[in-house]
Design a protein around this ligand. Structure first.
Ligand SMILES: CC(C)(COP(=O)(O)OP(=O)(O)OC[C@H]1O[C@@H](n2cnc3c(N)ncnc32)[C@H](O)[C@@H]1OP(=O)(O)O)[C@@H](O)C(=O)NCCC(=O)NCCS
Length: 162
């Protein structure tokens, strides 16, 4: 719990300090132990129900990356997953993100998912490259999806079959 809390609040800190941060939505303010505990309870229930798969990366006992693929909510979208992934800034560019994506895709296949998508800021070169390498292709952009500090930014969506 404490290590998860340190991870999420490290990202909040990054987003507050780095105006050029590529972090997507969320991470606006520090989360409390109670909030994180509730998040963990929901996440464990999702994992137990086969509604998501999750991969954490650790370095010397410190959580440095967290990724998940969450199953669609509707009967007709339950074969499709949405991916989210964040690596702590000092550990980026070392191959951790790519490894987490490969593991997530294997796990998603195991629970029967057939396709997956991921959405991020269109300026995010690291994410574009990471997902291209993992077999994703761009399927669209949403102009002005993110409103940040008075400006609108486009998002890009990449997807692949599993
Ligand atoms: C996107 C992200 C997950 C990638 O993880 P990572 O551990 O940094 O990526 P890797 O080290 O595995 O690199 C994967 C590929 O991307 C390339 N890459 C990494 N950083 C890059 C950068 N800043 N610019 C261009 N390419 C980059 C790597 O060179 C590698 O390609 P290569 O093998 O052809 O050289 C990570 O940078 C991150 O958490 N960013 C902030 C959050 C985010 O954007 N999440 C994605 C939205 S879900």
């Amino acid at each position: 719990m404490d290590r998860l809390l340190a991870f999420i609040n490290g990202l909040v800190d990054e987003k507050q300090k780095d105006k050029t941060s590529e972090l997507f939505t969320g991470f606006e303010q520090e989360v409390t132990q109670e909030y994180e505990a509730n998040w963990l309870v929901r996440r464990i229930a999702q994992l137990e129900n086969g509604d998501s798969v999750s991969v954490l990366a650790e370095v010397n006992g410190r959580i440095v990356a967290n990724g998940e693929i969450t199953r669609g909510h509707y009967i007709e979208t339950r074969h499709h997953g949405e991916l989210g992934l964040t690596v702590m800034s000092v550990y980026r560019g070392m191959g951790i993100g790519g490894e987490v994506v490969r593991t997530l895709l294997r796990e998603a296949k195991r629970i029967g998912l057939k396709s997956v998508d991921v959405e991020f800021l269109s300026t995010n070169q690291a994410a574009t490259r990471t997902y291209q390498k993992a077999g994703f292709k761009e399927v669209g952009r949403i102009p002005g999806k993110v409103y940040r500090k008075g400006k609108l930014f486009d998002s890009v969506i990449m997807a692949r079959r599993i």
